[in-house]
Design a protein around this ligand. Structure first.
Ligand SMILES: *Cc1c(COP(=O)(O)O)cnc(C)c1O
Length: 414
Protein backbone atom coordinates (compact mmCIF):
# COMPACT_ATOMS: atom_id res chain seq x y z
CA UNK A 1 0.00 0.00 0.00
CA UNK A 2 2.63 2.55 1.05
CA UNK A 3 4.40 1.94 -2.29
CA UNK A 4 1.32 2.92 -4.22
CA UNK A 5 0.18 5.90 -2.13
CA UNK A 6 1.85 8.39 -4.45
CA UNK A 7 0.58 6.77 -7.63
CA UNK A 8 -2.28 9.22 -8.12
CA UNK A 9 -2.23 11.69 -5.27
CA UNK A 10 -0.67 15.16 -5.13
CA UNK A 11 -0.38 16.53 -1.59
CA UNK A 12 -0.69 20.20 -0.52
CA UNK A 13 2.45 22.28 0.20
CA UNK A 14 4.55 19.14 -0.26
CA UNK A 15 7.75 18.37 -2.12
CA UNK A 16 6.61 15.00 -3.36
CA UNK A 17 10.13 13.78 -4.11
CA UNK A 18 11.42 14.01 -0.56
CA UNK A 19 8.35 13.98 1.69
CA UNK A 20 7.65 11.43 4.38
CA UNK A 21 5.05 8.83 3.51
CA UNK A 22 1.74 10.25 4.75
CA UNK A 23 -0.08 8.35 7.43
CA UNK A 24 -3.30 6.61 6.45
CA UNK A 25 -6.17 7.59 8.68
CA UNK A 26 -9.12 5.30 9.15
CA UNK A 27 -11.28 7.08 11.68
CA UNK A 28 -11.60 10.07 13.98
CA UNK A 29 -13.25 10.54 17.35
CA UNK A 30 -13.21 13.54 19.70
CA UNK A 31 -9.57 14.66 19.73
CA UNK A 32 -8.28 11.33 18.44
CA UNK A 33 -7.07 10.34 14.99
CA UNK A 34 -7.15 6.57 14.55
CA UNK A 35 -4.83 5.05 11.98
CA UNK A 36 -5.35 2.00 9.81
CA UNK A 37 -3.09 -0.07 12.06
CA UNK A 38 -5.09 0.94 15.15
CA UNK A 39 -2.61 3.54 16.45
CA UNK A 40 -4.32 6.53 18.10
CA UNK A 41 -2.89 10.01 17.75
CA UNK A 42 -3.92 12.92 19.97
CA UNK A 43 -4.79 15.80 17.67
CA UNK A 44 -3.21 19.14 18.58
CA UNK A 45 -4.55 21.17 15.67
CA UNK A 46 -8.11 19.92 15.03
CA UNK A 47 -7.65 19.66 11.27
CA UNK A 48 -6.45 23.20 10.70
CA UNK A 49 -8.63 24.28 13.68
CA UNK A 50 -11.91 23.39 11.95
CA UNK A 51 -13.10 20.64 14.30
CA UNK A 52 -13.79 23.02 17.19
CA UNK A 53 -16.20 20.65 19.00
CA UNK A 54 -14.05 17.57 18.31
CA UNK A 55 -14.47 15.00 15.54
CA UNK A 56 -17.66 13.03 14.91
CA UNK A 57 -19.84 15.04 17.25
CA UNK A 58 -23.03 12.96 17.50
CA UNK A 59 -25.34 15.99 17.31
CA UNK A 60 -23.75 17.26 14.09
CA UNK A 61 -23.78 13.72 12.67
CA UNK A 62 -27.52 13.34 13.38
CA UNK A 63 -28.36 16.66 11.74
CA UNK A 64 -26.31 15.75 8.66
CA UNK A 65 -28.00 12.35 8.39
CA UNK A 66 -31.48 13.79 8.43
CA UNK A 67 -30.54 16.51 5.92
CA UNK A 68 -28.91 13.86 3.70
CA UNK A 69 -32.22 12.01 3.45
CA UNK A 70 -34.17 15.17 2.64
CA UNK A 71 -31.86 16.98 0.22
CA UNK A 72 -28.06 16.75 0.01
CA UNK A 73 -27.73 19.53 -2.57
CA UNK A 74 -29.69 21.97 -4.67
CA UNK A 75 -28.49 24.91 -6.73
CA UNK A 76 -28.80 28.32 -5.02
CA UNK A 77 -29.69 30.34 -8.12
CA UNK A 78 -33.37 31.24 -7.85
CA UNK A 79 -33.81 28.73 -5.02
CA UNK A 80 -33.39 29.00 -1.26
CA UNK A 81 -33.87 26.46 1.50
CA UNK A 82 -34.43 26.31 5.21
CA UNK A 83 -30.89 25.22 6.26
CA UNK A 84 -29.37 28.28 4.51
CA UNK A 85 -32.04 30.72 5.71
CA UNK A 86 -31.71 29.45 9.24
CA UNK A 87 -27.90 29.60 9.25
CA UNK A 88 -27.89 33.12 7.81
CA UNK A 89 -30.32 34.25 10.50
CA UNK A 90 -28.30 32.61 13.27
CA UNK A 91 -25.10 34.23 12.04
CA UNK A 92 -26.63 37.67 11.81
CA UNK A 93 -28.00 37.27 15.34
CA UNK A 94 -24.58 36.28 16.67
CA UNK A 95 -22.61 38.96 14.82
CA UNK A 96 -22.54 42.54 16.13
CA UNK A 97 -24.19 45.56 14.54
CA UNK A 98 -25.79 45.27 11.15
CA UNK A 99 -23.62 42.39 9.88
CA UNK A 100 -26.83 40.91 8.49
CA UNK A 101 -26.33 39.96 4.86
CA UNK A 102 -24.79 36.53 4.39
CA UNK A 103 -23.26 35.28 1.13
CA UNK A 104 -22.30 31.59 1.32
CA UNK A 105 -19.36 29.94 -0.43
CA UNK A 106 -17.43 26.69 0.02
CA UNK A 107 -13.92 27.75 0.97
CA UNK A 108 -12.16 30.42 2.94
CA UNK A 109 -10.14 31.73 0.00
CA UNK A 110 -13.29 32.19 -2.05
CA UNK A 111 -15.05 33.98 0.80
CA UNK A 112 -12.13 36.44 0.90
CA UNK A 113 -12.27 36.87 -2.88
CA UNK A 114 -15.99 37.63 -2.55
CA UNK A 115 -15.26 40.16 0.21
CA UNK A 116 -12.70 41.89 -2.03
CA UNK A 117 -15.07 41.90 -5.03
CA UNK A 118 -17.84 43.20 -2.79
CA UNK A 119 -15.68 46.07 -1.58
CA UNK A 120 -14.47 47.02 -5.07
CA UNK A 121 -17.94 46.78 -6.61
CA UNK A 122 -19.41 48.75 -3.72
CA UNK A 123 -17.33 51.74 -4.80
CA UNK A 124 -17.89 51.11 -8.53
CA UNK A 125 -21.63 51.14 -7.85
CA UNK A 126 -21.09 54.53 -6.20
CA UNK A 127 -19.31 55.71 -9.31
CA UNK A 128 -15.92 55.71 -7.56
CA UNK A 129 -13.92 54.10 -10.32
CA UNK A 130 -10.46 54.41 -8.78
CA UNK A 131 -11.05 52.67 -5.48
CA UNK A 132 -9.93 49.23 -6.68
CA UNK A 133 -6.99 48.32 -4.42
CA UNK A 134 -6.92 46.31 -1.23
CA UNK A 135 -4.64 47.28 1.65
CA UNK A 136 -3.48 44.30 3.72
CA UNK A 137 -0.66 43.55 6.15
CA UNK A 138 2.71 41.85 6.54
CA UNK A 139 2.29 38.56 8.36
CA UNK A 140 -1.20 38.09 6.91
CA UNK A 141 -2.64 35.01 5.28
CA UNK A 142 -5.90 35.10 3.32
CA UNK A 143 -5.79 32.06 1.06
CA UNK A 144 -4.06 30.35 -1.85
CA UNK A 145 -6.03 31.51 -4.90
CA UNK A 146 -4.41 34.06 -7.20
CA UNK A 147 -6.33 37.07 -5.89
CA UNK A 148 -5.87 36.12 -2.23
CA UNK A 149 -2.15 35.36 -2.69
CA UNK A 150 -1.76 39.01 -3.68
CA UNK A 151 -2.95 40.15 -0.23
CA UNK A 152 -0.88 37.65 1.81
CA UNK A 153 2.52 38.51 3.27
CA UNK A 154 4.64 38.83 0.11
CA UNK A 155 7.86 37.36 1.53
CA UNK A 156 6.48 34.66 3.72
CA UNK A 157 7.62 31.92 1.39
CA UNK A 158 4.53 30.04 0.35
CA UNK A 159 3.63 32.48 -2.43
CA UNK A 160 6.74 34.58 -3.08
CA UNK A 161 7.37 32.59 -6.26
CA UNK A 162 4.30 34.17 -7.84
CA UNK A 163 5.24 37.76 -6.95
CA UNK A 164 5.60 38.92 -10.54
CA UNK A 165 2.27 37.64 -11.83
CA UNK A 166 0.06 38.75 -8.95
CA UNK A 167 -2.00 41.94 -9.14
CA UNK A 168 -0.22 44.69 -7.19
CA UNK A 169 -1.87 45.43 -3.89
CA UNK A 170 -0.74 47.57 -0.97
CA UNK A 171 0.82 45.73 1.95
CA UNK A 172 1.64 47.62 5.14
CA UNK A 173 3.03 46.96 8.59
CA UNK A 174 0.26 46.63 11.20
CA UNK A 175 -0.01 50.05 12.86
CA UNK A 176 0.86 48.74 16.31
CA UNK A 177 3.08 51.60 17.52
CA UNK A 178 2.68 55.37 17.41
CA UNK A 179 5.38 55.62 14.79
CA UNK A 180 3.78 52.99 12.56
CA UNK A 181 0.42 54.72 13.02
CA UNK A 182 1.89 58.00 11.78
CA UNK A 183 3.39 56.20 8.81
CA UNK A 184 0.04 54.50 8.13
CA UNK A 185 -1.93 57.75 8.22
CA UNK A 186 0.59 59.35 5.91
CA UNK A 187 0.19 56.45 3.49
CA UNK A 188 -3.60 56.74 3.54
CA UNK A 189 -3.38 60.48 3.05
CA UNK A 190 -1.65 59.81 -0.28
CA UNK A 191 -3.48 56.66 -1.42
CA UNK A 192 -6.99 56.59 0.07
CA UNK A 193 -8.57 57.50 -3.27
CA UNK A 194 -7.30 54.17 -4.72
CA UNK A 195 -8.19 51.94 -1.78
CA UNK A 196 -11.46 50.02 -1.65
CA UNK A 197 -10.83 48.17 1.59
CA UNK A 198 -8.45 47.42 4.43
CA UNK A 199 -8.24 43.65 4.95
CA UNK A 200 -6.95 42.22 8.22
CA UNK A 201 -7.04 39.08 10.36
CA UNK A 202 -8.10 40.58 13.70
CA UNK A 203 -6.08 39.81 16.89
CA UNK A 204 -4.22 36.84 15.44
CA UNK A 205 -2.52 36.51 12.07
CA UNK A 206 -2.77 32.75 11.76
CA UNK A 207 -1.18 30.78 8.94
CA UNK A 208 1.26 33.66 8.27
CA UNK A 209 3.04 33.03 11.57
CA UNK A 210 0.60 32.97 14.52
CA UNK A 211 1.34 36.62 15.34
CA UNK A 212 -0.76 38.47 17.93
CA UNK A 213 -1.68 42.14 18.14
CA UNK A 214 -3.73 44.28 20.53
CA UNK A 215 -7.40 45.18 19.98
CA UNK A 216 -6.37 48.86 19.89
CA UNK A 217 -4.77 48.25 16.49
CA UNK A 218 -8.22 47.31 15.20
CA UNK A 219 -9.98 50.34 16.64
CA UNK A 220 -7.28 52.48 15.03
CA UNK A 221 -7.98 50.80 11.67
CA UNK A 222 -11.72 51.34 12.10
CA UNK A 223 -11.13 55.04 12.77
CA UNK A 224 -8.90 55.51 9.73
CA UNK A 225 -11.23 53.53 7.46
CA UNK A 226 -14.11 55.79 8.48
CA UNK A 227 -12.05 58.93 8.07
CA UNK A 228 -10.78 58.04 4.58
CA UNK A 229 -13.92 56.37 3.18
CA UNK A 230 -12.45 52.89 3.02
CA UNK A 231 -14.30 49.67 3.86
CA UNK A 232 -12.88 47.50 6.64
CA UNK A 233 -12.83 43.72 6.10
CA UNK A 234 -12.07 41.32 8.95
CA UNK A 235 -10.92 37.90 7.82
CA UNK A 236 -12.09 35.86 10.83
CA UNK A 237 -11.64 32.52 9.12
CA UNK A 238 -9.06 31.61 11.78
CA UNK A 239 -10.23 33.71 14.73
CA UNK A 240 -14.00 33.41 14.32
CA UNK A 241 -16.22 31.12 16.40
CA UNK A 242 -14.49 31.04 19.72
CA UNK A 243 -10.83 30.44 18.95
CA UNK A 244 -9.47 33.60 20.61
CA UNK A 245 -11.74 33.40 23.65
CA UNK A 246 -14.65 35.47 22.36
CA UNK A 247 -17.16 34.33 19.77
CA UNK A 248 -15.54 36.68 17.26
CA UNK A 249 -12.26 38.60 17.54
CA UNK A 250 -14.12 41.82 16.67
CA UNK A 251 -16.04 41.44 19.96
CA UNK A 252 -12.79 42.00 21.88
CA UNK A 253 -11.96 45.12 19.89
CA UNK A 254 -15.54 46.37 20.32
CA UNK A 255 -15.68 47.54 16.76
CA UNK A 256 -17.65 46.30 13.77
CA UNK A 257 -16.06 45.64 10.38
CA UNK A 258 -18.07 46.43 7.23
CA UNK A 259 -17.51 42.91 5.95
CA UNK A 260 -16.44 39.75 7.78
CA UNK A 261 -15.38 36.36 6.41
CA UNK A 262 -15.91 33.05 8.22
CA UNK A 263 -15.01 29.46 7.36
CA UNK A 264 -12.76 26.87 9.08
CA UNK A 265 -14.88 26.16 12.23
CA UNK A 266 -18.15 27.36 10.63
CA UNK A 267 -19.38 23.83 9.95
CA UNK A 268 -17.78 22.40 13.09
CA UNK A 269 -15.14 20.96 10.76
CA UNK A 270 -17.53 18.57 9.10
CA UNK A 271 -18.22 19.99 5.62
CA UNK A 272 -16.58 22.70 3.49
CA UNK A 273 -18.43 25.96 4.14
CA UNK A 274 -17.62 29.67 4.20
CA UNK A 275 -19.52 32.92 4.45
CA UNK A 276 -18.93 36.56 3.59
CA UNK A 277 -21.18 38.74 5.72
CA UNK A 278 -21.78 42.42 5.02
CA UNK A 279 -23.31 45.20 7.03
CA UNK A 280 -26.59 46.60 5.72
CA UNK A 281 -24.98 49.74 4.34
CA UNK A 282 -22.64 47.65 2.15
CA UNK A 283 -25.54 45.53 0.89
CA UNK A 284 -27.60 48.64 0.20
CA UNK A 285 -24.84 49.82 -2.12
CA UNK A 286 -25.83 47.02 -4.50
CA UNK A 287 -29.54 47.86 -4.61
CA UNK A 288 -30.48 49.72 -7.76
CA UNK A 289 -32.61 49.44 -10.88
CA UNK A 290 -29.52 48.31 -12.82
CA UNK A 291 -28.75 44.59 -13.10
CA UNK A 292 -25.05 45.35 -13.42
CA UNK A 293 -25.06 46.64 -9.84
CA UNK A 294 -25.84 43.15 -8.53
CA UNK A 295 -23.08 41.15 -6.81
CA UNK A 296 -21.54 39.13 -9.64
CA UNK A 297 -20.57 35.88 -7.95
CA UNK A 298 -22.18 32.45 -7.54
CA UNK A 299 -20.25 29.27 -6.77
CA UNK A 300 -21.97 26.08 -7.96
CA UNK A 301 -22.02 24.52 -4.51
CA UNK A 302 -22.78 27.68 -2.51
CA UNK A 303 -25.00 27.19 0.54
CA UNK A 304 -24.86 23.40 0.13
CA UNK A 305 -27.69 22.14 2.38
CA UNK A 306 -25.56 19.45 4.05
CA UNK A 307 -22.88 22.01 4.88
CA UNK A 308 -25.52 24.45 6.17
CA UNK A 309 -27.00 21.68 8.33
CA UNK A 310 -23.52 21.20 9.84
CA UNK A 311 -23.26 24.96 10.37
CA UNK A 312 -26.63 25.10 12.12
CA UNK A 313 -25.73 22.12 14.30
CA UNK A 314 -22.33 23.57 15.16
CA UNK A 315 -23.84 26.93 16.16
CA UNK A 316 -26.43 25.09 18.30
CA UNK A 317 -23.56 23.40 20.11
CA UNK A 318 -22.12 26.79 21.09
CA UNK A 319 -25.30 27.17 23.19
CA UNK A 320 -25.28 23.62 24.52
CA UNK A 321 -22.01 23.42 26.43
CA UNK A 322 -19.69 25.86 28.14
CA UNK A 323 -17.29 26.34 25.20
CA UNK A 324 -16.21 29.66 26.72
CA UNK A 325 -15.24 28.01 29.99
CA UNK A 326 -13.42 25.31 28.04
CA UNK A 327 -11.44 27.86 26.02
CA UNK A 328 -10.51 29.68 29.25
CA UNK A 329 -9.26 26.42 30.80
CA UNK A 330 -7.35 25.49 27.66
CA UNK A 331 -5.79 28.96 27.67
CA UNK A 332 -4.55 28.72 31.25
CA UNK A 333 -3.35 25.16 30.79
CA UNK A 334 -1.44 26.16 27.64
CA UNK A 335 0.10 29.13 29.48
CA UNK A 336 1.21 26.95 32.38
CA UNK A 337 2.41 23.93 30.47
CA UNK A 338 4.12 25.66 27.53
CA UNK A 339 5.95 28.14 29.78
CA UNK A 340 8.87 25.73 30.48
CA UNK A 341 9.65 25.74 26.72
CA UNK A 342 10.72 29.38 27.14
CA UNK A 343 13.82 28.12 29.02
CA UNK A 344 15.04 26.12 26.03
CA UNK A 345 17.89 27.61 23.94
CA UNK A 346 16.20 27.25 20.57
CA UNK A 347 12.94 28.85 21.74
CA UNK A 348 12.44 32.48 20.81
CA UNK A 349 8.98 33.09 22.19
CA UNK A 350 6.03 31.30 23.79
CA UNK A 351 2.61 32.91 23.45
CA UNK A 352 -0.98 31.94 24.13
CA UNK A 353 -4.32 33.52 23.25
CA UNK A 354 -7.58 31.68 23.83
CA UNK A 355 -7.25 28.13 22.51
CA UNK A 356 -4.09 28.98 20.55
CA UNK A 357 -0.66 28.02 21.91
CA UNK A 358 2.49 28.98 20.02
CA UNK A 359 6.12 27.99 20.56
CA UNK A 360 8.23 30.06 18.20
CA UNK A 361 11.76 28.80 17.59
CA UNK A 362 14.70 30.75 16.18
CA UNK A 363 14.85 28.21 13.40
CA UNK A 364 13.62 24.71 12.65
CA UNK A 365 16.47 23.01 10.82
CA UNK A 366 14.83 19.69 9.98
CA UNK A 367 11.07 20.03 9.91
CA UNK A 368 10.45 16.51 8.58
CA UNK A 369 12.43 15.03 11.46
CA UNK A 370 10.44 17.13 13.93
CA UNK A 371 7.16 15.90 12.44
CA UNK A 372 8.41 12.31 12.74
CA UNK A 373 9.36 12.87 16.38
CA UNK A 374 5.86 14.11 17.19
CA UNK A 375 4.30 11.15 15.39
CA UNK A 376 6.52 8.75 17.34
CA UNK A 377 4.98 10.22 20.51
CA UNK A 378 1.50 9.62 19.07
CA UNK A 379 0.57 13.26 18.70
CA UNK A 380 -0.56 15.11 15.59
CA UNK A 381 1.26 18.46 15.53
CA UNK A 382 2.27 20.18 12.29
CA UNK A 383 5.06 22.72 12.72
CA UNK A 384 5.55 25.20 9.88
CA UNK A 385 8.49 27.52 9.20
CA UNK A 386 9.77 28.28 12.75
CA UNK A 387 6.44 27.73 14.52
CA UNK A 388 5.06 24.87 16.60
CA UNK A 389 1.43 25.55 17.46
CA UNK A 390 -1.57 23.97 19.15
CA UNK A 391 -5.17 24.78 18.17
CA UNK A 392 -7.02 21.90 19.82
CA UNK A 393 -10.74 21.20 19.83
CA UNK A 394 -12.58 23.06 22.62
CA UNK A 395 -13.65 19.64 23.94
CA UNK A 396 -10.14 18.22 24.38
CA UNK A 397 -9.58 16.68 27.83
CA UNK A 398 -6.96 18.20 30.08
CA UNK A 399 -4.95 14.97 30.08
CA UNK A 400 -4.93 14.89 26.27
CA UNK A 401 -3.80 18.52 26.23
CA UNK A 402 -1.07 17.76 28.78
CA UNK A 403 0.21 14.98 26.58
CA UNK A 404 0.49 17.47 23.71
CA UNK A 405 2.29 20.18 25.70
CA UNK A 406 4.62 17.71 27.40
CA UNK A 407 5.48 16.13 24.08
CA UNK A 408 6.45 19.52 22.63
CA UNK A 409 8.75 20.15 25.61
CA UNK A 410 10.19 16.64 25.55
CA UNK A 411 10.93 16.68 21.81
CA UNK A 412 12.49 20.16 21.94
CA UNK A 413 14.53 19.37 25.04
CA UNK A 414 15.86 16.30 23.23
C1 LIG B 1 -7.45 29.10 6.15
C2 LIG B 1 -7.59 30.54 5.96
C3 LIG B 1 -7.98 31.07 4.71
C4 LIG B 1 -8.20 30.22 3.49
O1 LIG B 1 -9.22 29.29 3.65
P1 LIG B 1 -9.30 28.02 2.66
O2 LIG B 1 -10.57 27.34 3.07
O3 LIG B 1 -8.09 27.20 2.90
O4 LIG B 1 -9.37 28.55 1.27
C5 LIG B 1 -8.13 32.45 4.61
N1 LIG B 1 -7.93 33.26 5.67
C6 LIG B 1 -7.56 32.79 6.86
C7 LIG B 1 -7.37 33.74 8.01
C8 LIG B 1 -7.37 31.42 7.05
O5 LIG B 1 -6.98 30.95 8.26
Amino acid sequence: MSQSIFKNIWLPYTQMQTCNTPIIVEQTQGSRIILKDGTELIDGIASWWTACHGYNHPYIADQVKSQLEKMPHIMFGGIVHEPALMLAEKLSNLLPGSLNKVFFTESGSVSVEVAMKMAIQFWLNHNQLNKTKILSFYGGYHGDTLATMAVCDPDEGMHSLFKEVLPKQYISALPSTLELQKYFVNFLEHHHHEIAAILVEPLVQGAGGMLFHEPEVLSFLRKQADHYDILLIFDEIFTGLGRTGSLFACNQAEIIPDIITLSKALSGGTMPLAATIAQDHVYNGFLSDQDTHALMHGPTFMANPLACACGNASLDLFNNYDWFGNVRSIESQLQQELAPCQQLDQVKNVRVKGAIGVVELYKITNINLLKQQFLAQHVWIRPFRNIIYLTPAFTISSSELSHLTQTIYKVLAG
